[in-house]
Each structure stands twice: as C-alpha cells, then as structure tokens.
Design a binder for this molecule. Sequence first.
Ligand SMILES: *[C@@H]1O[C@H](CO)[C@@H](O)[C@H](O)[C@H]1NC(C)=O
Ligand SMILES: *[C@@H]1O[C@H](CO)[C@@H](O)[C@H](O)[C@H]1NC(C)=O
Ligand SMILES: *[C@@H]1O[C@H](CO)[C@@H](O)[C@H](O)[C@H]1NC(C)=O
Ligand SMILES: [Zn+2]
Length: 299
Amino acid sequence: MKFSNFSSVLSLLSLIPASQAWGTLGHHTVAYVATNFVHPKTRVLFQSILNDITPSYLANIATWADTMRYVQGWGWSAPLHFIDAEDDPPHSCAVKYSRDCGEHGCIVGAIQNFTQQLLNPSLGAVQRSQAAKFIVHFLGDIHQPLHDEGMAKGGNGIHVIFDGDEFNKYYKPLNLHSVWDTTIPEKIVGGNTLLDAENWAANLTTAIETGIYKTQVGAWTNSMNLADPASTALSWASETNVFVCTTVMPNGREAIEGTELNGTYYEASAPVIELQIARAGYRLARWMDLIAGNFKTEL
Ligand SMILES: *[C@@H]1O[C@H](CO)[C@@H](O)[C@H](O)[C@H]1NC(C)=O
Ligand SMILES: *[C@@H]1O[C@H](CO)[C@@H](O)[C@H](O)[C@H]1NC(C)=O
Ligand SMILES: *[C@@H]1O[C@H](CO)[C@@H](O)[C@H](O)[C@H]1NC(C)=O
Ligand SMILES: [Zn+2]
C-alpha cells in the first residue's frame, strides 16, 4: 500500500491514539510472571485490594492504565507512562531525573507516588485499587527501552517497516515504538491472547527458575528499596535506557528510519524484549511482596 492513496483514511484515523506502552501481550505477560513469583500472602492481599480472587487478578488489570489515559478527567496520567530521557543515542545513553522528568511528571515519579499511596493506611478502597493498577502497569512500561527515551517521542516519530508492512493494525504508519511494544513480542509468541501471555510467562518463569536467567535473577533486586521508590525506579529506567544505544538504535536514528526490521534487527531485539519482560515480572512480584510486608490497614 502506498501512503498517498491512503492519506484521507489516515487523517480520519488520526483520532486513534498512537500506541505508547507494551501492548496487551507484554503487559499480560509481565502480570503472569509476577503472579508466578508473589508470596501467597501477597496474592491474598492484592486479590482483596483489586476485588478479584481469580488466578488472573493481575493480568485482568494490567492494561487498565492505558485505557484511562484517554478518558476525560484522566489526562494527568498520560505523561506518567514514560520518562523522556534527553540523551543522545547511540553515542550516549542516560536518564537524569531532574533533566528528564517533565513538569507534568514521569514514570519514575509515578512509581514513587503510587507506591506511597499503597502504603498509606488512610487511603480509601477505590484509590488503593487504582494505585495497585498503576503499579502493575508502570513496572511493565519502565522496562520497555523506548519508554525511557525522549528521541522522536520514544521512537513514535520513527517510521519503520516490518515484513513489508508499513502500517499497523489501525492503518497508521508503523513506528519504532509500536514495533517494540507489540510487533516483536507478538512475533516471538505467535499470538496475543491471554492464553499466549500465560504460556509465554510460563516459559519465562522456567528461564528464571532453572534456565538462562537463573544466575542473574539475584542481581535483579539489588537496587530495590521500598523506602526510596524513586531511586529504585530510576535504576530500572537507567538500566533499560542503555538498550536504546545498544539494541534499539545502535547505528542512530537515520540508519533505522524507513527500514525493514524483520530480519537481523528482530533477531537482536527479541532476546532483549524477553529479558525485559522477565525482569519486569519478577521485580513486580518482589515489589508487591515488599509492599505487602509493610502494609497497614486503618483500624
Ligand atoms: C500522584 O497521583 C495523583 C492521583 O492519585 C495524581 O493526581 C498526581 O499527579 C500524581 N503525581 C505524580 C508525581 O505522579
Ligand atoms: C519475517 O521473516 C521471516 C523470515 O524471512 C518470515 O518467515 C516471516 O514470515 C516474516 N514475517 C513475520 C511477521 O514474521
Ligand atoms: C515456550 O517454550 C516452548 C519450548 O521451548 C516453545 O515451543 C514455545 O513456543 C514457547 N512458547 C512461548 C509462548 O514462548
Ligand atoms: Zn503504558
């Protein structure tokens, strides 16, 4: 399909928001990995907070934050899904809170905010449930490299091609951000259903327990400090942002603009995406355990 033939359709469809988060497959998988690792007491607490006693209590709310960002009255939450690092990939990658967390907030501040809300014993049930939903979502997003990068709005402005396709499923020009959010994860798994996510999470859980991640998983929680959620989240963002220089655009923005990514680019990116989904899910479980261990309800 040629862009020119399509421009009127594109302008009609421009009302559909650009994809700006791990797609549903990524978020569901992070949630299921976390489900597999949380302490039983943590599960009981969060099932109660979320008012959902099913085994999918985390997956069921993992994309709630993405549906809310476009709802009237919730616009304040849109900037909280990312931090726009003003670094210079591929030459230098870095996240700096004071430079990069905009005046409307960012994902690092949001993880701090909603963690502290969860620990506040006087918080009402509705707000507590919302805080839990934001935590589950944002611990996922912060592990997607392009959520920790400002260049071209986290890659949303970089047009790319995947397997000859220049458009996404909403007939918008395919961009680098959505390829990382959705296209590559769905190709790794071969689908995007809840069951696909559960199966992918089962594989990643095995990799953590007995496979390729076994020797590194201990280090994944090194910088985790419930007393300082912002520093903890900044360490995750910094670690994730490094992949922008090494894997997302190793030869710079121009080298990737308009190019086909199904091939060597996919082969290099898929292992990073699997690692980041595994890290996000495991860290989410441990973060929830810390919250549960320090949880106080008002008597
Ligand atoms: C903290 O959460 C409240 C909603 O509960 C929101 O209004 C505020 O903007 C958030 N602040 C930050 C820094 O994320
Ligand atoms: C990507 O490339 C491979 C190998 O050439 C091909 O088998 C596959 O159909 C292509 N498309 C997708 C979406 O995987
Ligand atoms: C899970 O691992 C099995 C065995 O390696 C593989 O056949 C399957 O495709 C994987 N599934 C997902 C969703 O990753
Ligand atoms: Zn998001």
